[in-house]
Design a protein around this ligand. Structure first.
Ligand code: PEP
Length: 249
């Protein structure tokens, strides 16, 4: 039985005081059926970690370097995220792929480093609008899944959460219908079954991301292969974020 996970991606938003206030409100939410994680900007990880201490809300980074240490100006390593109290890290987000040119090979290198450091990666895949309109969705997300997770053993795969985030639905207010999201999730789960086995495929959480809001959360979370959400805009307000958490079955 998979437990839903609702992860908030705060992106490059908030300031220390508002980040701590948001974390506090989320930490005070009574126990729910879903697991919760928040991914603040690097600069506020330690302040948010202090606020979340003793709560059931986990901390994550929004990205990590594929390198360990050394002359990599501006980078933050997986070991540093662990030092800051992170259990999770988002890797291969479409904004990293499109704005910063990250490739599947780099995402794969980061996934391997994150696992070696003891972090659980949330690996993002998703097609853009042109790819969806030219019916390439399945080919694109299968390739991203395959290449981003290259070389992972079954045990390593058990640490991975996959987020399907159609790029055309991120921050646009356009949400994939529950049926559109479900069919991609089911296809990706099938890919994992072919690659590993049914136990790993059935155990893996697939999150949907792309304009998830309290109004659409229940119908999305009710799909059999949607095991939670990666939430951007709606995670910046405790009321909307927690309404999504409460929408989990
Ligand atoms: C995201 O960036 O991961 C995301 C899903 O953003 P939004 O919820 O704002 O579409």
């Amino acid at each position: 039985m998979r437990r839903h996970l609702i992860a908030g991606n705060w992106k490059m938003n908030l300031r220390r005081e508002s980040a701590v206030g948001l974390a506090q409100a989320i930490a005070e939410h009574p126990a729910s059926k879903a697991d919760i994680a928040v991914c603040p900007p690097f600069a506020y990880l330690e302040s948010v970690e202090k606020t979340l201490r003793g709560s059931r809300v986990a901390l994550g980074g929004q990205n990590a370097s594929q390198f360990d240490d050394g002359a990599y100006t501006g980078e933050v390593s997986c070991a540093m995220l662990v030092d800051c109290g992170c259990q999770w890290v988002i890797l291969g987000h479409s904004e990293r792929r499109t704005v910063f040119g990250e490739t599947d090979e780099q995402v794969n290198a980061k996934v391997l480093k994150a696992l070696a450091a003891g972090l659980r990666p949330i690996v993002c895949v998703g097609e853009n609008l042109a790819q969806r309109e030219s019916e390439q969705t399945f080919a694109i997300v299968r390739r991203q899944l395959d290449q981003s997770l290259a070389g992972l053993s079954g045990d390593q795969m058990r640490q991975i959460v996959v987020a399907y985030e159609p790029v055309w639905a991120i921050g646009t207010g356009k949400v994939a219908t529950p049926e559109q999201a479900q069919e991609v999730h089911a296809d990706l789960r099938k890919q994992l079954e072919n690659r590993y086995n049914s136990s790993i495929a059935q155990q893996t959480n697939f999150l949907y991301g792309g304009s998830v809001k309290p109004e659409n959360a229940q119908s999305l979370m009710g799909q059999s292969d949607i095991d939670g959400a990666l939430v951007g805009g709606a995670s910046l307000n405790s009321a909307t974020f927690l309404a999504i958490v409460d929408a989990c079955p």
